[in-house]
Design a binder for this molecule. Sequence first.
Ligand SMILES: [Ca+2]
Length: 176
Amino acid sequence: MGGIMKIAILMLAFFTLGAFAQKDGKLKIQQIKNATVHCVAYDTTIKLKNGKFLLDETTEEGFRNYLEVSLVEDKIAFGDVDGDGDEDAVIILASTGGGSGYFYEVGVILNQNGKPEYLTGEVLGDRVKVNFVKILSDRSILIDMVVHGEDDPMCCPSTPKIIRYKVARGKLKEID
Ligand SMILES: [Ca+2]
């Protein structure tokens, strides 16, 4: 086989692989459910396992370390938030340190060649309700929620709130 032929075959293989990578480049729910993420509310980096993380240990001094983080599976939104053409994911995480607080936060997971890479997140509030998350055509992230009004007890938020973020310089920036 001539050298040119070999190069042609190599190039063909290269482009075929490239095409597959493109085609297969979407993030899968399964990958997100097992991604390494940062829990902003407790400032801890954790690895989700099937959408959950649980730390429950007692130190020698008798101090209990407890952290439970859950991916809110039905609130995952897909879309290109950084404008590189690949579909990223925006997730909602719920976390508690064992007390009455139950924190919701939004997290951005970039699509790096088909692999999930956590970028940044922002806490939405304690015991708020997230209705839905949407990625708009201008790449902004819209979160429709119910938060606490002045007279709302912690259990029962009743004030609708829409918040919008844009990914800028690796952070979530709140926009109007
Ligand atoms: Ca992207």
